[in-house]
Design a protein around this ligand. Structure first.
Ligand SMILES: C[S@@+](CC[C@H](N)C(=O)[O-])C[C@H]1O[C@@H](n2cnc3c(N)ncnc32)[C@H](O)[C@@H]1O
Length: 229
């Protein structure tokens, strides 16, 4: 049995998904019913995200979390690549963090470096990780990831989740690139817009990745890339 399906992780995830549904329902109704992003929503989101500090301050009460399906996918990826060090851009209240930290724990240990712009969210994530008995595996860096990841992450990175401000995936990836191990997985959520700089970059083999859109939650911009340089 893995730790995702047993207490305390399973109970904390159930509570958090319920809280997230209540907090975010109205927001998702504004974006095509929450099922996928249409062209108009993508344009609006990209425009709003230019001032990402303002945008995410306004969204400080929202979870904006990954789905349970995506979380299980992250868990499987981290177990498959036997991840020891994971970096997450965009921790929010810690839902994705819990899936990834559980994979580290079940795989024998490791470290997850989370990043969160909003201090109150980082605090709540810390509490949620403690409730899931995962706090010792996670270091959440509070502030702009473009600053907090600038001086490295303490070693070689096996897996990266990019789920922070829309539009910052590429600059964050470029900061982490010197630390990626050969074969590292880079998974982006919300890499929306087919012609973003991020997708152009990871889909160009000259940059050292093999990349493809994930077949579930189509329209959400889920992209998986492997670093093979
Ligand atoms: C989509 S949510 C992350 C959801 C989270 N991964 C989950 O599944 O629960 C994006 C988060 O990234 C944070 N964020 C946005 N820009 C950031 C930045 N430059 N540095 C650090 N965090 C950032 C936002 O405050 C927000 O909480």
């Amino acid at each position: 049995m893995d730790s995702l399906t047993t207490a305390p992780v399973a109970d904390v995830l159930t509570r958090l998904f319920n809280e997230a549904k209540a907090a975010d329902q109205k927001l998702y109704e504004q974006y095509a019913g929450g099922s996928s992003f249409d062209d108009e929503s993508v344009t609006r989101l990209l425009e709003e995200s230019k001032d990402y500090k303002k945008r995410y301050k306004a969204l400080a009460g929202n979870f904006l979390n990954i789905s349970a399906e995506f979380g299980q996918f992250l868990y499987i990826c981290a177990r498959t690549c036997q991840a020891r060090r994971v970096v997450e851009f965009g921790t929010s209240f810690g839902i994705s963090t819990i899936y990834l930290a559980t994979a580290l724990k079940d795989g024998g240990g490791g470290q997850l470096i989370g990043t969160e712009l909003e201090p109150a969210k980082a605090q709540r994530a810390q509490e949620n990780l403690a409730a899931a008995d995962l706090a010792d595996l996670v270091d959440i860096r509070v502030g702009d990831a473009l600053e907090t990841l600038r001086d490295g992450v303490g070693g070689v990175v096996d897996l990266v989740l990019l789920d922070g401000a829309i539009g910052l995936d590429l600059p964050v990836l470029r900061l982490l690139e010197p630390h990626l191990r050969r074969g590292a997985l880079v998974i982006a959520e919300n890499a929306i817009g087919e012609s973003t700089e991020y997708l152009n970059y990871v889909r160009d083999p000259n940059n050292g990745y093999r990349s493809l859109p994930l077949p579930f939650e189509k329209g959400h911009g889920n992209e998986m890339s492997v670093f093979i340089r």
